[in-house]
Ligand binder design. Structure first.
Ligand code: FMN
Length: 344
Protein backbone atom coordinates (compact mmCIF):
# COMPACT_ATOMS: atom_id res chain seq x y z
CA UNK A 1 0.00 0.00 0.00
CA UNK A 2 1.33 3.45 -0.93
CA UNK A 3 2.29 5.68 2.01
CA UNK A 4 2.44 9.44 2.54
CA UNK A 5 6.20 9.10 2.07
CA UNK A 6 5.73 7.51 -1.38
CA UNK A 7 3.29 10.29 -2.26
CA UNK A 8 5.68 13.07 -1.18
CA UNK A 9 8.59 11.47 -3.07
CA UNK A 10 6.49 11.38 -6.26
CA UNK A 11 5.35 14.99 -5.78
CA UNK A 12 8.97 16.07 -5.32
CA UNK A 13 10.10 14.17 -8.42
CA UNK A 14 7.39 15.89 -10.51
CA UNK A 15 9.01 19.21 -9.58
CA UNK A 16 12.58 18.15 -10.45
CA UNK A 17 13.40 20.12 -13.56
CA UNK A 18 17.05 19.29 -14.14
CA UNK A 19 19.72 21.84 -15.06
CA UNK A 20 18.69 25.13 -16.70
CA UNK A 21 19.38 25.12 -20.47
CA UNK A 22 22.09 27.58 -21.60
CA UNK A 23 20.62 31.09 -22.17
CA UNK A 24 18.98 31.43 -25.56
CA UNK A 25 18.40 27.67 -25.94
CA UNK A 26 14.71 26.96 -26.43
CA UNK A 27 13.70 23.82 -24.52
CA UNK A 28 9.98 23.52 -25.31
CA UNK A 29 9.49 20.27 -23.36
CA UNK A 30 10.80 22.00 -20.24
CA UNK A 31 8.39 24.90 -20.89
CA UNK A 32 5.49 22.44 -21.01
CA UNK A 33 6.74 20.74 -17.84
CA UNK A 34 6.69 24.11 -16.02
CA UNK A 35 3.25 24.93 -17.46
CA UNK A 36 1.79 21.71 -16.03
CA UNK A 37 2.79 22.76 -12.50
CA UNK A 38 0.05 25.43 -12.63
CA UNK A 39 -3.17 25.38 -10.64
CA UNK A 40 -6.24 23.79 -12.25
CA UNK A 41 -9.79 23.29 -11.15
CA UNK A 42 -9.86 20.13 -8.92
CA UNK A 43 -6.35 19.43 -10.31
CA UNK A 44 -8.12 18.22 -13.46
CA UNK A 45 -5.22 19.42 -15.67
CA UNK A 46 -7.66 19.98 -18.57
CA UNK A 47 -4.89 20.82 -21.03
CA UNK A 48 -3.00 19.50 -24.02
CA UNK A 49 0.11 21.05 -25.53
CA UNK A 50 0.99 21.07 -29.21
CA UNK A 51 4.65 21.91 -29.72
CA UNK A 52 5.93 23.38 -32.97
CA UNK A 53 9.36 24.91 -33.56
CA UNK A 54 8.84 28.28 -31.88
CA UNK A 55 5.19 27.98 -30.95
CA UNK A 56 3.26 26.08 -28.27
CA UNK A 57 -0.53 25.84 -28.46
CA UNK A 58 -2.35 25.17 -25.20
CA UNK A 59 -5.56 23.31 -26.02
CA UNK A 60 -8.56 22.42 -23.85
CA UNK A 61 -9.05 18.75 -22.97
CA UNK A 62 -12.84 18.58 -22.91
CA UNK A 63 -12.78 15.00 -21.62
CA UNK A 64 -11.76 16.62 -18.29
CA UNK A 65 -14.58 19.14 -18.05
CA UNK A 66 -16.91 19.46 -15.03
CA UNK A 67 -20.47 19.85 -16.23
CA UNK A 68 -21.98 20.44 -12.76
CA UNK A 69 -19.71 23.10 -11.22
CA UNK A 70 -18.45 24.50 -14.52
CA UNK A 71 -21.48 24.66 -16.81
CA UNK A 72 -19.90 27.15 -19.27
CA UNK A 73 -16.28 25.80 -19.16
CA UNK A 74 -15.07 29.10 -17.64
CA UNK A 75 -13.05 27.26 -14.98
CA UNK A 76 -11.55 25.02 -17.63
CA UNK A 77 -10.32 28.13 -19.50
CA UNK A 78 -9.12 29.76 -16.23
CA UNK A 79 -7.02 26.60 -15.75
CA UNK A 80 -5.57 26.95 -19.27
CA UNK A 81 -4.74 30.58 -18.37
CA UNK A 82 -2.87 29.41 -15.26
CA UNK A 83 -0.75 27.05 -17.41
CA UNK A 84 -0.15 29.79 -20.01
CA UNK A 85 1.13 32.19 -17.33
CA UNK A 86 3.69 29.61 -16.15
CA UNK A 87 4.70 29.06 -19.78
CA UNK A 88 5.22 32.79 -20.37
CA UNK A 89 7.33 33.18 -17.21
CA UNK A 90 9.37 30.07 -18.08
CA UNK A 91 9.99 31.26 -21.67
CA UNK A 92 11.48 34.51 -20.34
CA UNK A 93 13.91 32.43 -18.26
CA UNK A 94 15.11 30.81 -21.52
CA UNK A 95 15.58 34.24 -23.12
CA UNK A 96 12.31 34.26 -25.10
CA UNK A 97 9.39 36.67 -25.25
CA UNK A 98 6.11 34.78 -25.31
CA UNK A 99 3.11 36.36 -27.01
CA UNK A 100 -0.03 34.47 -25.91
CA UNK A 101 -3.50 34.92 -27.35
CA UNK A 102 -6.67 32.85 -27.51
CA UNK A 103 -7.50 31.79 -31.07
CA UNK A 104 -11.11 30.85 -31.84
CA UNK A 105 -9.88 29.13 -35.02
CA UNK A 106 -7.96 26.49 -33.03
CA UNK A 107 -10.01 26.90 -29.81
CA UNK A 108 -6.78 27.22 -27.85
CA UNK A 109 -4.14 29.65 -26.66
CA UNK A 110 -1.37 30.13 -29.20
CA UNK A 111 1.95 31.09 -27.59
CA UNK A 112 4.49 32.45 -30.08
CA UNK A 113 8.08 32.44 -28.82
CA UNK A 114 10.63 34.96 -30.00
CA UNK A 115 14.25 35.32 -28.92
CA UNK A 116 14.79 38.52 -26.95
CA UNK A 117 17.96 40.01 -25.49
CA UNK A 118 15.89 41.45 -22.62
CA UNK A 119 13.93 38.36 -21.57
CA UNK A 120 15.31 36.79 -18.39
CA UNK A 121 14.29 34.74 -15.37
CA UNK A 122 12.35 36.67 -12.73
CA UNK A 123 11.01 36.00 -9.22
CA UNK A 124 7.80 34.57 -10.64
CA UNK A 125 9.71 31.98 -12.65
CA UNK A 126 11.63 30.81 -9.59
CA UNK A 127 8.32 30.46 -7.71
CA UNK A 128 6.72 28.03 -10.21
CA UNK A 129 7.84 24.72 -8.62
CA UNK A 130 7.24 26.01 -5.07
CA UNK A 131 3.68 27.35 -5.59
CA UNK A 132 0.84 25.29 -4.24
CA UNK A 133 -2.54 25.83 -2.57
CA UNK A 134 -2.23 25.94 1.20
CA UNK A 135 -5.64 25.03 2.67
CA UNK A 136 -4.61 25.73 6.25
CA UNK A 137 -5.00 28.34 8.98
CA UNK A 138 -2.57 31.24 8.36
CA UNK A 139 -0.85 33.38 11.01
CA UNK A 140 -3.54 36.07 11.30
CA UNK A 141 -1.15 38.99 10.67
CA UNK A 142 -1.65 41.68 8.04
CA UNK A 143 0.88 41.95 5.24
CA UNK A 144 3.47 44.70 5.09
CA UNK A 145 2.73 47.68 2.83
CA UNK A 146 5.40 46.69 0.29
CA UNK A 147 4.11 43.08 0.09
CA UNK A 148 0.55 44.28 -0.46
CA UNK A 149 1.63 46.79 -3.10
CA UNK A 150 3.45 44.04 -5.05
CA UNK A 151 0.43 41.73 -4.93
CA UNK A 152 -1.96 44.51 -5.94
CA UNK A 153 0.22 45.48 -8.91
CA UNK A 154 0.73 41.95 -10.21
CA UNK A 155 -3.00 41.19 -10.51
CA UNK A 156 -3.50 43.87 -13.19
CA UNK A 157 -3.33 42.96 -16.84
CA UNK A 158 -5.29 41.83 -19.87
CA UNK A 159 -9.06 41.83 -19.46
CA UNK A 160 -8.91 40.99 -15.75
CA UNK A 161 -8.96 43.24 -12.67
CA UNK A 162 -8.09 42.28 -9.11
CA UNK A 163 -9.86 43.61 -6.00
CA UNK A 164 -8.01 43.29 -2.71
CA UNK A 165 -9.99 43.10 0.54
CA UNK A 166 -8.16 43.32 3.86
CA UNK A 167 -10.56 44.59 6.54
CA UNK A 168 -11.99 42.33 9.25
CA UNK A 169 -15.51 43.35 8.17
CA UNK A 170 -14.79 42.23 4.58
CA UNK A 171 -13.36 38.91 5.77
CA UNK A 172 -16.44 38.31 7.94
CA UNK A 173 -18.74 39.07 5.01
CA UNK A 174 -16.78 36.73 2.70
CA UNK A 175 -16.86 33.98 5.35
CA UNK A 176 -20.65 34.35 5.50
CA UNK A 177 -20.93 34.09 1.70
CA UNK A 178 -18.67 31.02 1.74
CA UNK A 179 -20.88 29.45 4.44
CA UNK A 180 -23.97 30.01 2.29
CA UNK A 181 -22.09 28.60 -0.73
CA UNK A 182 -21.12 25.44 1.17
CA UNK A 183 -24.72 24.98 2.33
CA UNK A 184 -25.95 25.12 -1.27
CA UNK A 185 -23.14 23.16 -2.94
CA UNK A 186 -22.62 20.34 -0.45
CA UNK A 187 -26.32 19.51 -0.14
CA UNK A 188 -26.52 19.15 -3.93
CA UNK A 189 -26.14 15.50 -4.88
CA UNK A 190 -24.84 16.17 -8.39
CA UNK A 191 -22.21 18.56 -7.01
CA UNK A 192 -21.06 16.02 -4.41
CA UNK A 193 -20.91 13.25 -7.00
CA UNK A 194 -18.75 15.35 -9.33
CA UNK A 195 -16.46 16.44 -6.49
CA UNK A 196 -16.09 12.82 -5.34
CA UNK A 197 -15.13 11.77 -8.88
CA UNK A 198 -12.17 14.17 -8.66
CA UNK A 199 -11.20 13.24 -5.08
CA UNK A 200 -8.28 10.84 -4.68
CA UNK A 201 -9.23 9.38 -1.32
CA UNK A 202 -5.99 7.47 -0.70
CA UNK A 203 -2.33 7.72 -1.72
CA UNK A 204 -2.48 4.71 -4.09
CA UNK A 205 -5.40 6.21 -6.02
CA UNK A 206 -3.64 9.60 -6.19
CA UNK A 207 -0.38 8.09 -7.45
CA UNK A 208 -2.12 5.87 -10.02
CA UNK A 209 -4.09 8.76 -11.52
CA UNK A 210 -1.63 11.68 -11.09
CA UNK A 211 -4.54 14.14 -11.00
CA UNK A 212 -7.50 15.17 -8.82
CA UNK A 213 -7.73 16.46 -5.26
CA UNK A 214 -5.60 14.14 -3.13
CA UNK A 215 -6.29 13.47 0.55
CA UNK A 216 -2.72 14.56 1.25
CA UNK A 217 -2.86 17.94 -0.54
CA UNK A 218 -6.39 18.70 0.65
CA UNK A 219 -5.09 18.23 4.15
CA UNK A 220 -8.07 17.28 6.23
CA UNK A 221 -9.11 13.86 4.92
CA UNK A 222 -7.54 10.74 6.35
CA UNK A 223 -6.83 8.30 3.50
CA UNK A 224 -9.90 6.13 2.83
CA UNK A 225 -10.63 3.21 0.50
CA UNK A 226 -11.96 4.85 -2.69
CA UNK A 227 -15.17 2.89 -3.29
CA UNK A 228 -16.78 3.18 0.17
CA UNK A 229 -15.68 6.83 0.36
CA UNK A 230 -17.56 7.59 -2.87
CA UNK A 231 -20.72 6.08 -1.34
CA UNK A 232 -20.40 8.23 1.79
CA UNK A 233 -20.04 11.69 0.25
CA UNK A 234 -22.93 13.07 2.33
CA UNK A 235 -21.01 12.24 5.52
CA UNK A 236 -17.60 13.24 4.17
CA UNK A 237 -18.62 16.59 2.65
CA UNK A 238 -20.55 18.00 5.60
CA UNK A 239 -21.44 21.70 5.01
CA UNK A 240 -21.35 22.68 8.69
CA UNK A 241 -17.89 21.37 9.49
CA UNK A 242 -16.60 22.64 6.13
CA UNK A 243 -17.94 26.13 6.88
CA UNK A 244 -16.49 26.19 10.40
CA UNK A 245 -13.09 25.31 8.94
CA UNK A 246 -13.41 27.81 6.07
CA UNK A 247 -14.46 30.69 8.37
CA UNK A 248 -11.50 30.07 10.67
CA UNK A 249 -9.14 29.94 7.69
CA UNK A 250 -10.58 33.13 6.15
CA UNK A 251 -10.29 35.03 9.47
CA UNK A 252 -6.66 33.88 9.77
CA UNK A 253 -5.80 35.30 6.32
CA UNK A 254 -4.22 38.70 5.71
CA UNK A 255 -6.63 39.37 2.88
CA UNK A 256 -8.69 38.21 -0.06
CA UNK A 257 -8.16 38.78 -3.78
CA UNK A 258 -11.18 38.72 -6.10
CA UNK A 259 -10.50 38.42 -9.83
CA UNK A 260 -13.18 40.15 -11.90
CA UNK A 261 -13.79 40.80 -15.60
CA UNK A 262 -16.33 42.57 -17.78
CA UNK A 263 -16.53 40.27 -20.79
CA UNK A 264 -17.64 36.64 -20.69
CA UNK A 265 -15.71 34.73 -23.34
CA UNK A 266 -12.86 32.24 -23.56
CA UNK A 267 -10.16 34.91 -24.15
CA UNK A 268 -11.26 36.75 -20.99
CA UNK A 269 -11.45 33.55 -18.93
CA UNK A 270 -7.86 32.76 -19.96
CA UNK A 271 -6.76 36.28 -18.90
CA UNK A 272 -8.43 35.81 -15.51
CA UNK A 273 -6.58 32.50 -15.01
CA UNK A 274 -3.31 34.21 -15.97
CA UNK A 275 -3.87 37.04 -13.47
CA UNK A 276 -4.73 34.58 -10.72
CA UNK A 277 -1.66 32.40 -11.38
CA UNK A 278 0.57 35.50 -11.55
CA UNK A 279 -0.82 36.60 -8.19
CA UNK A 280 -0.14 33.16 -6.65
CA UNK A 281 3.41 33.12 -8.07
CA UNK A 282 4.13 36.61 -6.73
CA UNK A 283 2.74 35.55 -3.34
CA UNK A 284 4.95 32.43 -3.37
CA UNK A 285 7.99 34.58 -4.25
CA UNK A 286 7.22 36.65 -1.12
CA UNK A 287 6.76 33.48 0.99
CA UNK A 288 3.01 34.21 1.20
CA UNK A 289 0.46 31.37 0.95
CA UNK A 290 -2.72 31.32 -1.14
CA UNK A 291 -5.85 29.14 -1.34
CA UNK A 292 -9.02 29.35 -3.43
CA UNK A 293 -12.40 30.18 -1.87
CA UNK A 294 -14.71 30.23 -4.88
CA UNK A 295 -17.99 29.10 -3.30
CA UNK A 296 -19.88 32.44 -3.56
CA UNK A 297 -18.81 32.83 -7.19
CA UNK A 298 -19.46 29.32 -8.39
CA UNK A 299 -22.93 29.13 -6.83
CA UNK A 300 -25.34 30.71 -9.31
CA UNK A 301 -27.85 31.65 -6.58
CA UNK A 302 -25.20 33.62 -4.66
CA UNK A 303 -23.01 35.18 -7.34
CA UNK A 304 -25.22 38.24 -8.00
CA UNK A 305 -25.63 38.99 -4.27
CA UNK A 306 -21.88 38.67 -3.83
CA UNK A 307 -21.25 41.05 -6.75
CA UNK A 308 -23.76 43.54 -5.35
CA UNK A 309 -21.89 43.45 -2.06
CA UNK A 310 -18.61 44.03 -3.97
CA UNK A 311 -20.35 46.96 -5.74
CA UNK A 312 -19.30 45.71 -9.16
CA UNK A 313 -20.62 47.73 -12.08
CA UNK A 314 -21.01 45.51 -15.11
CA UNK A 315 -18.15 43.20 -14.16
CA UNK A 316 -18.48 39.64 -12.95
CA UNK A 317 -16.55 37.97 -10.15
CA UNK A 318 -14.64 34.96 -11.50
CA UNK A 319 -12.15 33.60 -8.95
CA UNK A 320 -11.23 34.33 -5.33
CA UNK A 321 -8.06 33.60 -3.33
CA UNK A 322 -7.29 34.19 0.33
CA UNK A 323 -3.67 34.97 1.18
CA UNK A 324 -1.34 35.43 4.14
CA UNK A 325 1.77 34.11 5.83
CA UNK A 326 1.45 30.61 7.21
CA UNK A 327 2.70 27.02 7.19
CA UNK A 328 3.53 25.05 4.05
CA UNK A 329 1.38 22.19 2.72
CA UNK A 330 2.04 19.03 0.68
CA UNK A 331 2.14 19.35 -3.11
CA UNK A 332 -0.41 17.89 -5.49
CA UNK A 333 0.51 15.43 -8.26
CA UNK A 334 0.58 15.77 -12.04
CA UNK A 335 0.17 13.37 -14.96
CA UNK A 336 3.25 12.39 -17.02
CA UNK A 337 4.30 14.92 -19.66
CA UNK A 338 3.80 12.41 -22.48
CA UNK A 339 0.11 12.25 -21.57
CA UNK A 340 -0.41 15.95 -22.28
CA UNK A 341 1.80 16.54 -25.33
CA UNK A 342 -0.04 15.96 -28.62
CA UNK A 343 1.43 15.57 -32.09
CA UNK A 344 1.91 18.76 -34.13
C1 FMN B 1 -10.20 27.69 -11.93
C2 FMN B 1 -9.80 27.06 -10.63
C3 FMN B 1 -10.76 26.84 -9.66
C4 FMN B 1 -10.40 26.28 -8.43
N1 FMN B 1 -11.35 26.12 -7.45
C5 FMN B 1 -10.99 25.67 -6.23
C6 FMN B 1 -11.92 25.63 -5.16
O1 FMN B 1 -13.09 26.02 -5.32
N2 FMN B 1 -11.50 25.15 -3.96
C7 FMN B 1 -10.21 24.76 -3.74
O2 FMN B 1 -9.88 24.36 -2.62
N3 FMN B 1 -9.30 24.79 -4.74
C8 FMN B 1 -9.66 25.24 -5.96
N4 FMN B 1 -8.72 25.33 -6.96
C9 FMN B 1 -7.36 24.87 -6.71
C10 FMN B 1 -7.10 23.50 -7.29
O3 FMN B 1 -7.79 22.50 -6.57
C11 FMN B 1 -5.59 23.24 -7.29
O4 FMN B 1 -4.98 24.19 -8.13
C12 FMN B 1 -5.24 21.85 -7.77
O5 FMN B 1 -5.71 20.90 -6.85
C13 FMN B 1 -3.73 21.67 -7.94
O6 FMN B 1 -3.07 21.91 -6.72
P1 FMN B 1 -1.96 23.03 -6.56
O7 FMN B 1 -2.58 24.34 -6.97
O8 FMN B 1 -1.63 23.00 -5.08
O9 FMN B 1 -0.82 22.66 -7.42
C14 FMN B 1 -9.06 25.90 -8.19
C15 FMN B 1 -8.09 26.12 -9.18
C16 FMN B 1 -8.45 26.72 -10.38
C17 FMN B 1 -7.40 27.00 -11.43
Amino acid sequence: MASAKDYDAAARKIRELGPEPPPGTLDTRRLVHLATLAASSHNSQPWKFRIERDRITVLPDYTRRMPVIDTDDSQLFHSLGCAVENLVQAAAAQGYDAEASYSAAVDGVVVNLERSAWAKAGDLYAAIPARRCVRKVYDGHPLGRAELAKLTGIGRGGRSQTLILVTDAAKEAVAEFVTQGNALQLTDRAFRRELAAWMRFNHGEALRRGDGRSARATGRLVPLPGLPARLMTKQIFDPESQSTRDAKQIRSSAGIAVFVAGEQDKATWVDVGRACQRFALQATALDIRTAFINQPIKTKALQSQFEEWLQLKGERSMLMLRFGHGPKAPFSLRRPLDDVIVAA
